[in-house]
Design a protein around this ligand. Structure first.
Ligand SMILES: Cc1cc2nc3c(=O)[nH]c(=O)nc-3n(C[C@H](O)[C@H](O)[C@H](O)COP(=O)(O)OP(=O)(O)OC[C@H]3O[C@@H](n4cnc5c(N)ncnc54)[C@H](O)[C@@H]3O)c2cc1C
Length: 351
């Protein structure tokens, strides 16, 4: 029986977040012939975004508009999604493993009585045929949960554990399923090539009675143009930058390369930058193509947030700094000399 999957997409400043297209890729990887993938878009003034999303391989885009959806508010979002979940009875939900996804996914999973696999970095499909007994909705008519057992054809979700020191390979044994995907790990879904578009269904969010909280305004303390968790290049500073002013050379290099600036907790604790930039176990997890660590010692809690980066470059004046043990390229030197030289070299190369 064909199934329906739903992507809960995210936008930032009117732009669709790339991680939502990576979540769509995850759904495409899990779907089989005849399955339908729908996308939910929540906010205000969604016409442009809905039209953009309709160009991707989706059956339907559900644009849910409402004043209280302008900023993320779990109560309002759950209230707005509830009728859609009821109507679609999705076999799977896919979200980005972002601040929003981490908050919303478990609440939706609880609502659907679904299992959840979080922070997925890869999806594998073991060979073999799937059992034909899978159904929508996760429950049989007799109230028993459908175990959706597959014979050797399982979809395996790969996720890092213990701050990246171990990898877990997990399978669902029942529907419905909720999955969050880590940014920058799965390729983003591509728009349809045939020029076709998905149906866009517009709905007004039903007013949620007795909203206990209302988000009036979101004040961003970091004004970076590029979202740190989705950046392809991250230039991160540690206590070695020595001051807020010490971040300037890093910002210049990031600006030139179209990257984002991040930081260690050491730099945040010292007051050199905002905690919004913190990368690590208690900060953001980033997996860029290039990570340049400047004046960061490489504590295990920091590595937890960046060790999945494709290429790691470390600049540190201490040749014994632990960061060098995971770096692909290491530069032993003073960051205040090395970073401007790198900026100069890249500027020449890019000219
Ligand atoms: C529960 C818990 C959670 C934590 N979570 C996080 C987390 O999420 N993220 C995180 O980052 N940390 C986290 N930490 C803190 C972590 O243990 C380290 O204290 C922190 O990462 C150190 O930051 P740092 O590397 O910037 O500073 P330091 O360890 O002080 O390293 C500074 C480095 O800069 C180098 N340096 C100095 N001057 C220069 C220069 N001019 N040029 C080049 N190099 C220079 C030094 O050689 C040194 O290696 C956590 C700790 C705990 C206990």
């Amino acid at each position: 029986m064909s199934k329906t999957y739903l992507i809960v997409t995210e936008q930032r400043d009117g732009k669709l977040r790339r991680v939502s297209l990576e979540a769509l890729r995850a759904a495409l990887d899990c779907a089989e012939a005849g399955d339908e993938i729908h996308a939910a878009l929540l906010g205000e003034g969604l016409d442009g975004l809905a039209a953009e999303l309709a160009g991707y391989p989706l059956a339907q885009v559900h644009a849910i508009e409402g004043e209280e959806l302008r900023h993320y508010n779990p109560e309002a979002y759950i209230g707005a999604l509830a009728p859609l979940l009821e109507a679609l009875r999705p076999a799977g939900l896919f979200l980005g493993h972002t601040a929003l996804g981490r908050d919303l996914a478990p609440a939706l999973a609880a609502r659907l009585s679904a299992g959840q696999i979080s922070d997925v970095t890869a999806i594998e499909r073991d060979g073999g045929e799937r059992d034909g007994g899978e159904r929508d909705g996760g429950e049989r008519d007799d109230g028993e949960r459908d175990d959706g057992e597959r014979h050797g054809g399982q979809i395996v979700f790969v996720r890092p554990l213990y701050a990246g020191k171990a990898i877990e390979r997990k399978v669902f044994t029942a529907f419905p399923q909720v999955v969050t995907v880590r940014a920058n790990n799965l390729p983003a879904a591509e728009p349809r090539r045939d020029g076709g578009t998905a149906i866009v269904a517009k709905r007004a969010a039903a007013p949620v009675a007795d909203l206990r909280t209302v988000v009036r305004e979101v004040v961003r303390r970091t004004a970076g143009k590029i979202d740190l968790t989705e950046a392809r290049i991250v230039i991160a500073g540690g206590r070695g930058v020595k001051s807020a002013e010490g971040f300037r050379p890093l910002e210049e290099l990031a600006g030139l390369l179209g990257g984002a600036v991040g930081a260690s907790r050491g730099a945040c604790d010292a007051g050199y930058c905002d905690y919004g930039l913190q990368i690590g176990q208690t900060g953001k997890v980033v997996t860029p193509e290039i990570y340049i660590a400047c004046g960061i010692s490489g504590a295990i809690q920091h590595l937890a947030g960046m060790s999945g980066s494709r290429v790691i470059v470390a600049i540190n004046k201490d040749p014994e700094a632990p960061i060098f043990s995971i770096a692909d390229f290491g530069i032993v030197g003073d960051l205040f000399e090395v970073v401007p030289l790198l900026t100069q070299a890249f500027r020449q190369a890019l000219a």
